[in-house]
Design a protein around this ligand. Structure first.
Ligand code: WTA
Length: 647
């Protein structure tokens, strides 16, 4: 694999410290040798503190069970002072949020000054509803500016936000509201996406049926569609904020106070509420945003994620705003009204940095190059990829067609748990290779281990672990620290286990191979096979089922369900439709099975354990790799499954 050199620098105004591989290596070594000193210097330089910290890292992965680890623990700050006040003072008219609605004609430029006012009014509204520091607020919204305002308003008063992606069902929303004990929900009358209306308020009403914990619901009017309003509980956002003062003092928070909870799927059980803290998270989001993307003062930064996921938190809201950048918030989809939407936006807004997911890149590549060529995309300088492995073909299309060979491609590997980018090229420094996330950020010590936990040195393939804490790391699972320790720190003691497989080549470059656990990644959406299975099992006609992922040309992974029907039931199109409905109501519309296969049984060991490894081989078309089936209770099942396989 050839290494692709970094394109020549054309303009300046850079905020980035890592201009060359020498600078990168020097910083990486310095962070490895003295993480406390490295990150203290970094945070004091880039973040506004009320009480600057003297402490860096306290504790480590070995103390995670008892005392956890902390960053900047003696410091005090409010993250909104870094994200808003200082920029509102120094560059009040600069656009903070550039919002583009579902229809391309709906565009709003919100300056730093105006964003600060709006956040203060919303924060005062929350106070008037009785929200206090440490209280939890659920944000269940689409991509409207008020969603970012709501997040920052919570942060302003030290309340903990938990954004729930607007595609989740009422049941999934209710689970999250209950788990974090939220008393306030912020939503919209309707969401709007690709001209479709999404009944967000009605879903909230359904989620709250019979629930007594939520006292107030704030409702942003997006479409003006009639919705039911409970006069005791529900308030229109525009009415509630209207008369609030435009000043709201920033509540002092300890560095380790919670900033937000974000739920994410794992191998087993219900989604976990990962907890991120104020000081460390903001420091890391800002550092990675500035350095990976080679941020300049006049950049227009466009992250196409949804704020319901971590990418939206770190690279639409917190990282860009902390760095005083102009950040795009996009309500629609790349295919609406046609596949040139991104390129049309690049041209109209002079976007310089575009950050999207491989699924979007593959989808757009499949439409043909002319959609790109029809627009002036010469403003683009850096192109980012996130959320799933990017195949070399998609990577090359991104570079050669979208970037016209001029732009740097940064394939950024990270997770909800890591808070920010961990393995990625540094745009102006790192020579890239098509399909590789390349090298760890300063402060990130990536290790590969084998099944027994032995470290693999040099080139090789294994399980990806990180061996030293970094500031952006989630500190716990809300309400269940034991689960946090068990999930991430008990597989390989002393190491944080990512759940991903990875290959390292002779030059130390990392090639992420995907999840090695029972987590699916469909179009960059992270979902647990266990969540699929429990939704399918709610149907009376299903006796047993097992769900696995298979390679999918566009979505990265597709979802395959093996279903054992109850006696007398059949798996036909009618049942498949009912199971699709069950998935939609238990998880959300994004939880879709591509193929249901009826089977008389599942491959189980004699002790009754389902051999998922075999199912994965079957759907991946790797029958030769199935190996010895003699330990199965009924080896003949495998042949029957292979015959019926639809991939
Ligand atoms: C996968 C999204 C390959 C990975 C930021 C990880 C990637 C999971 C990449 C986290 C990448 C993310 N290359 N795989 N550049 N980025 N992943 O929590 O499997 O939604 O563990 O965070 O996405 O998904 P999450």
């Amino acid at each position: 694999m050839t290494t692709i050199p970094v394109p020549k620098r054309v303009s300046d105004g850079a905020q980035n410290e890592l201009h060359s591989m020498d600078a990168y290596r020097e910083r990486w070594l310095s962070a490895q040798a003295d993480p406390s000193g490295f990150w203290l210097r970094e945070t004091l330089k880039s973040i506004t503190w009320m009480t600057p910290p003297n402490q860096g890292l306290e504790g480590g992965f070995r103390t995670v069970q008892q005392t956890g680890f902390t960053w900047f623990a003696d410091g005090e700050l409010n993250v909104t002072e870094s994200c808003l006040d200082r920029h509102a003072r120094e560059r009040p008219e600069k656009t903070a949020i550039l919002w583009e609605g579902d229809h391309p004609s709906e565009v709003e430029h919100i300056s730093y000054k105006s964003l600060l006012l709006r956040v203060c009014q919303a924060a005062n509204t929350l106070i008037s509803l009785g929200v206090q520091k440490g209280d939890r607020v659920i944000i269940y919204m689409g991509m409207v500016p008020q969603a970012a305002v709501a997040m920052l308003a919570c942060a302003r008063i030290g309340a903990i936000h938990s954004v729930v992606f607007g595609g989740f069902s009422a049941e999934a929303l209710r689970d999250r509201i209950r788990d974090c004990g939220a008393e306030v929900v912020i939503t919209q009358d309707m969401g709007l996406r690709a001209t479709r209306q999404i009944p967000l308020k009605a879903v909230v009403d359904q989620a709250l049926m019979g629930e007594s914990g939520v006292h107030h619901v704030l409702v942003v009017k997006r479409t003006g569609e009639a919705v039911q309003m409970d006069p005791e509980r529900d308030h229109w956002w525009h009415e509630a904020v209207h008369d609030q003062p435009t000043h709201c003092p920033a509540t002092p928070c300890a560095a380790e106070d919670p900033l937000f909870i974000l739920y994410t799927s794992g191998s087993t059980g219900r989604p976990k509420g990962l907890l991120h803290t104020c000081g460390g998270y903001l420091t890391y989001a800002a550092y990675t945003h500035r350095n990976v993307f080679d941020l300049r003062d006049d950049d227009v930064f466009a992250c196409m994620a949804d704020i319901g996921w971590i990418t939206g938190h770190s690279y639409i809201v917190y990282g860009p705003l902390a760095n005083g950048a102009t950040t795009l918030m996009f309500e629609s989809t790349p295919m609406c009204p046609d596949p040139s939407r991104y390129w049309d936006m690049v041209e109209r807004h002079r976007i310089t940095i575009l950050y999207t997911a491989p699924t979007a890149i593959r989808t757009l590549a499949a439409q043909g190059d002319h959609f790109v060529h029809a627009h002036d995309t010469s403003s683009l300088r850096v192109l980012g990829s996130v959320g799933e492995p990017i195949n070399p073909e998609a990577w090359l299309w991104y570079r050669d067609v979208v970037g016209q060979g001029r732009c740097t491609i940064v394939d950024t590997w990270w997770q909800t748990e890591t808070g920010g980018i961990c393995i990625s090229p540094i745009a102006p420094a790192t020579p890239t290779k098509a399909g590789s996330a390349t090298l760890p950020m300063p402060g990130i010590l990536a290790k590969l281990v084998d099944q027994d936990g032995h470290e693999i040195l040099g080139p090789g393939q294994g399980y990806l672990c990180l061996s030293q804490p970094w500031p952006g790391q989630a500190r716990t699972v809300w309400g269940d620290h034991d689960r946090y320790v068990a999930t991430y720190f008990s597989t390989y003691p002393g190491l944080y286990f990512t759940g991903d497989g990875c290959r390292r080549d002779a030059e130390g470059y990392h090639w992420i191979t995907g999840r090695v656990d029972d987590v699916l990644n469909v179009s960059g959406h992270r979902m647990g096979t266990a969540e699929f299975e429990s939704a399918i099992l709610t149907h009376d006609a299903v006796a047993e089922c097992a769900v696995v992922g298979f390679p999918h040309a566009i979505k990265g992974q597709g979802v395959y369900a093996f279903v054992v029907p109850q006696a007398g039931a059949t798996v036909d199109a009618g049942l498949a439709a009912e199971l699709t409905t069950a998935l939609r109501s238990h998880i959300g519309a994004h939880a879709r099975v591509d193929h249901f296969q009826a089977t008389a049984g599942l491959p189980k060991t004699r002790s009754g354990k389902v051999m998922r490894r075999i199912l994965r081989k079957i759907v991946c078309g790797e029958a030769d790799g199935i190996g010895d089936t003699s330990t199965l209770a009924d080896p003949s099942i495998v042949d029957a499954l292979l015959k019926g396989c639809q991939t």
